[in-house]
Design a protein around this ligand. Structure first.
Ligand SMILES: [Zn+2]
Length: 150
């Protein structure tokens, strides 16, 4: 094996399917791409080629090329609206609500409405969990729950 044949990461893809589609284009021009499965908790597949093929691979990929982001710069829950990094975890409101509900139930424990409160509390909590956003962007204040994969 020559020195230039060590594997070089040329692009990162969010899904294996995406990486494979690009890999097929590389194979079509005679290159030998290799996929590196995402490490635990990371959501990307890295496409690598032997060092001697890197230039040809990059040339072919052109605008599709996504340089591998350095590990420390990978975005954690990027904002769906502006792409800003590291949102505030808005889910804390759910935790606070749970604590408030428990406290209210304890306060009502010896009252006549306690059975009703006991029934209402889980319903209230489930509705809240469903309605309250999970994240809030620090930049544009956009709130969201569901992560978009792209
Ligand atoms: Zn934002």
């Amino acid at each position: 094996m020559e020195a230039s044949d060590h594997l070089v990461p040329i692009a990162d893809y969010l899904t294996l399917e995406e990486a494979e589609a690009v890999g097929e284009r590389l194979i079509a021009i005679g290159l030998t791409p290799i996929f590196r499965a995402p490490p635990r908790f990371a959501r990307h597949t890295t496409l690598l080629v032997p060092g001697g093929q890197a230039d040809r691979a990059r040339k072919l990929l052109g605008p599709d090329l996504r340089p591998p982001p350095p590990e420390e710069h990978r975005k954690f829950h990027p904002c769906p609206k502006c792409g800003a990094d590291s949102p505030r975890w808005a889910g804390i409101t759910k935790l606070l609500l749970l604590i408030v509900l428990v406290v209210v139930l304890l306060l009502l424990a010896r009252t006549a409405i306690f059975p009703y409160a006991l029934l209402a509390a889980p319903v209230l909590f489930i509705v809240a969990v469903w309605r309250l956003p999970e994240f809030e962007c620090r930049q544009c204040r956009f709130r969201w729950s569901k992560e978009r994969t792209r």
